[in-house]
Design a binder for this molecule. Structure first.
Ligand code: SF4
Length: 404
């Protein structure tokens, strides 16, 4: 949306209080995200120039897709709503709010950070029973190799050094084309065309971890030996109730297989604690799985009962306190394992992408074993932002690393 608006002659404001038009791009896949989105919307609506009618507010993204008319009824102060399906029309929508004001300025390029997310598909057909995403984002559809390549080229031209490939379900990329392709082909193509750029693949469902993909990761130095595989649970019956395949033992075999095929691989997962019907034994099984799997990073969420999903109607819903308690317990176990694994990196040499400075001036970056936003950073003593430096890890503190 930002690039389309820049192409149409808009200028990106440095702060909302300077903008004529504020677009709040919302998330609403769980209640907590919806609440955060609403907070952001109110914060914008309370800005003096918005209250005085000198600026307009647009609410875009998943919240209008999920709540539609209901949202329009309850947020009268918003000028217009742009559901996901209408995001491509953002220029026409802004133009209708500001007739005759677009196009006066020559288009400029969106400035990019050293690490850029590139979406390779949208939607999901898996219909996990707890998840609202298939209802919000629609059926699975892959973006063409050509359009992904063009986006990567743009980012590389703007000096991005890392491309993070994302989607709700990256492992299925290409299977919906008339002539099916697969993720390993896409990653191999990009890694070879852009040898100085790092590539990282996020959110590969267990079924999407193919040997071809593992081989592409193992064979290319510029593809992070890193996989984020959402397992969600380990108990077979809970997984079945989640409308997901597999079991803890199958997942442990898969992890072993990945580690054999991609030596030194870093693994992340996401787990849900307190799903409806999760007994003490089921939860213990999940805790044992985390202990046995010894993953590098684990994201733990307390189950969120989402209106309109099948899981919301299941019997034996756990109370909020118990869900939070289980999530905390699981997080503690996972944290202890992660801290141990990360501390094993002390003394190791690795490449780090220099990303920027914190408020106090401390320089930081990320190694290939750390995904942006979720896995902590590496603190550095020197380096230019956007460059890749070779360092030795001197110390670690939980998720953070310090380098020389
Ligand atoms: S695979 Fe992910 S996005 Fe798709 S339904 Fe399951 S949890 Fe939701």
């Amino acid at each position: 949306m930002a690039q389309r608006l820049l192409d149409a002659g808009c200028v990106l404001a440095t702060a909302p209080k300077q903008a004529d038009c504020i677009i709040v791009n919302t998330c609403s896949f769980i209640q907590a995200a919806t609440e955060e989105s609403i907070e952001a919307i109110f914060e914008m609506c309370e800005l003096p120039h918005v209250e005085q009618g000198r600026a307009k507010v647009i609410v875009a993204g998943c919240m209008p897709s999920r709540y539609g008319d209901e949202l329009e009824e309850s947020l009268k102060e918003i000028d217009t709503f742009v559901p996901c399906s209408k995001e491509d029309d953002i220029v026409a929508i802004v133009e209708s709010l500001f007739p005759g004001r677009l196009g006066a300025i020559a288009s400029s390029k969106l400035s990019v950070s050293p690490s850029v997310y590139v979406k390779i598909s949208d939607g999901c057909d898996r219909f996990c029973s707890f998840c609202t995403i298939p209802f919000i984002r629609g059926r699975y559809h892959s973006y063409s190799l050509e359009s992904i390549d063009a986006e990567v080229q743009n980012a590389v031209d703007a000096h991005a050094r890392e491309i993070v490939l994302i989607a709700q379900d990256t492992g299925r990329w290409g299977e919906d084309f008339a002539q099916a392709q697969d993720l390993s082909q896409l990653v191999g193509f990009l890694a070879e065309k852009y040898p100085s750029t790092w590539f990282r693949i996020m959110y590969v469902q267990p079924e999407g971890v193919s040997d071809a993909l593992l081989d592409v990761i193992a064979q290319h130095e510029n593809v992070a030996s890193y996989l984020d595989i959402p397992f969600q649970h380990a108990n077979k019956d809970i997984l079945k109730a989640m409308n997901r395949k597999g079991s803890g033992s199958e997942y442990l075999s898969l992890i072993k297989h990945i580690r054999n095929r991609v030596p030194g691989v870093t693994l992340r997962t996401t787990l849900i604690a307190g799903f409806p019907g999760e007994s003490e034994d089921d939860f213990d099984e999940l805790c044992s799985f985390v202990e046995d799997a010894e993953l590098d990073y684990v994201g733990v969420f307390a189950y969120s009962r989402e209106e309109g999903t099948r899981a919301a109607k299941l019997p034996d819903q756990l109370d909020e306190e118990e869900k939070q308690y289980r999530a905390r317990r699981l997080r503690d176990i996972a944290d202890a394992i992660s801290a141990g694994r990360i501390s094993q990196r002390i003394g190791k040499e690795m490449d780090v992408l220099v990303e920027g400075r914190e408020e106090d001036g401390q320089l930081f970056g990320r190694a290939l074993c750390q995904a942006p936003d979720v896995d902590g950073v590496v603190y550095l003593s020197s380096g230019e932002v956007g460059s890749i430096v070779h360092v030795t890890i001197a110390d670690t503190l939980m998720y953070e690393m310090e380098a020389e």
